[in-house]
Design a binder for this molecule. Structure first.
Ligand code: BGC
Length: 247
């Protein structure tokens, strides 16, 4: 099969690269283009066309991450993105715009697939919960390597709050919490997940996972917790993997 292409659509940047599925890594250096404002589906589609134009030899299926619920290619929520995304058939829009076989996947689900196949949870059986701590909290539920999509555990209501509004990395930054204070909130969050799901492993992703040494040891949670290892490659690699398996 021809090499798949992964696109990570984020609030500030849109990153893409062909992905080597044997290695679980970029097959060529990735290209990053600043996310347009407003980041409406039509504006983002134009960026995808530009991005793919940098890789004329890569003709395989294209996977795209979206930070919202995605069912059968249609986006159903937009907590931290332009509201115009809700109801958009993104698979169709991007397939028509690019002339390629495009498959859209929730951003945390893509990261989760990548971590289970190539990263921190590689080879792990049982229930793995991958969370991404960023602007929001993304989640991927993976059992024996099989993804249950759109778990949206960042929006659990805990102590009367939407969980991500208290425990995401953006809350730490906004409220200038030190690591200890943020770790308290994370302990509450992960204990709730433990109570509901009894997972075998938590993988902690998102940009802040590079500082895992500062906060993971402070968490009082029984389940094993490990930092993500694919870091900022997880979205692109997971999206390409998803597209390859969906096409
Ligand atoms: C969205 C999720 C997304 C997460 C991380 C949440 O606000 O609802 O779909 O995975 O943010 O971007």
């Amino acid at each position: 099969m021809s090499t798949p292409f992964g696109i990570d659509f984020g609030g500030t940047g849109i990153k893409g690269a062909p992905v080597d599925l044997q290695a679980g890594d970029f097959a060529e250096d990735r290209v990053r283009i600043t996310t347009p404002r407003p980041s409406t589906p039509a504006a983002v589609a134009e960026v995808f066309v530009e991005l793919l134009g940098h890789f004329p030899d890569c003709t395989g299926p294209v996977g795209v991450t979206v930070p919202g619920v995605v069912r059968h290619g249609v986006v159903h929520s937009a907590a931290n993105i332009d509201p115009a995304w809700v109801g958009t058939d993104a698979d169709r829009l991007f397939t028509e715009a690019t002339g390629r076989d495009v498959h859209v996947v929730n951003d945390a689900d893509a990261a989760g697939l990548a971590e289970v196949r190539y990263g921190a949870a590689r080879g792990r059986r049982g229930l793995v919960i991958v969370t991404t701590l960023g602007t929001g909290i993304g989640s991927a539920l993976i059992h024996d390597g099989v993804l249950v999509p759109n778990s949206e555990l960042g929006h659990l209501e805990i102590e009367g709050y939407d969980a991500e509004s208290r425990a995401a990395n953006s809350a730490r930054e906004r409220e200038e919490l030190d690591w200890a204070a943020w770790a308290e909130r994370l302990t509450t969050y992960y204990r709730t997940l433990e109570k509901l799901f009894s997972p075998d492993l938590f993988v902690i992703g998102g940009g802040v996972s590079k500082h895992a040494d500062e906060f993971l040891p402070l968490l009082r949670v029984s389940t094993e917790m490990v930092p993500a290892t694919l870091r900022n490659k997880a979205g692109v690699v997971g999206a390409a993997l998803y597209a390859a398996e969906a096409s």
